[in-house]
Write a protein that binds this ligand. Sequence first.
Ligand code: ADP
Ligand code: MG
Length: 296
Amino acid sequence: MLEIKGLKKAFGSLEVLKGVDLKVKQGDVVAILGPSGSGKTTMLRCVNFLEHADGGSLIFDGKEYPFHNISKKDIAAIRQKTAFVFQNYNLFLNKTALHNVTEGLIIGRKMPKTRAEEKARAALEKVGMLDRADYYPHQLSGGMRQRVMIAMALVCEPDILIADEPTTALDVTIQAQILELMQDLQKKLGMAIIMVTHDLGVIASMCDEILVMYGGRVCERGTADDIFYRPAHEYTKGLLRSIPKADNMNEKLVPIGGTPINLLQMPAGCAFCPRCDAAMKICLSEKPEELRISDT
Ligand code: ADP
Ligand code: MG
């Protein structure tokens, strides 16, 4: 359904993405995991053309579009089938909840106003916001604004939902409701989801594929089983050592040592090398090649 090949993006001399690949099939849920600053948001923004990628291409519905050469018409057509939930953007909503949710249907989907409002109200009800339909953003809490954003995305019934930490700002009950709603649409419409999340529980319960990013590269990818039971990259292993396990709550947690990566001072070799317990001399000078461990 959607494939990204060799996505590259730099902001001036800051090389943020250094060739990222991603493949999403219909109905797939793909999770993107990785420390802050690893390029997750930038990657999603490039996929939705909110950011100009420097290299790589996007394959959508069987057609390949180079990122540096894609027409406005093609962008509009791709956006027609995708919806985006931003990270930390909900303060920029500037109209009532109902207006915001309706607008996408009228402008993007060319729906008549009465029909659009009807659908918008139904979407607001699903995220528990119908009673706040006429509120402006400043009258809503952060979690409520996030729910409006999610209603805006889901109301369009997109083929692909791209969500950047959609539930990070929400309390656990609302979080569960929103995830259930997303999964519901995923099953009913065959919607695919690409989602950045730090919630390993969510990942384990609903994701088909996991991409672990570090320093602008995918450092490991696999199924949830691969990542949780057979992590191969030292960053992934470290991440799992730093969270509690339900069957052994007394175990001492081991944080990953060192400091998060500074893209302006990238090591010549492996990006994780300065924090890696298993680092060898070669890691200082050479970037590890991609290694295929199993079919998944
Ligand atoms: P993540 O979502 O994984 O936390 P981001 O993609 O937001 O990471 O950021 C990756 C890097 O790109 C960071 O170092 C950030 O400062 C930089 N960056 C992101 N957007 C911009 C921008 N518009 N201009 C300059 N640098 C940016
Ligand atoms: Mg981010």
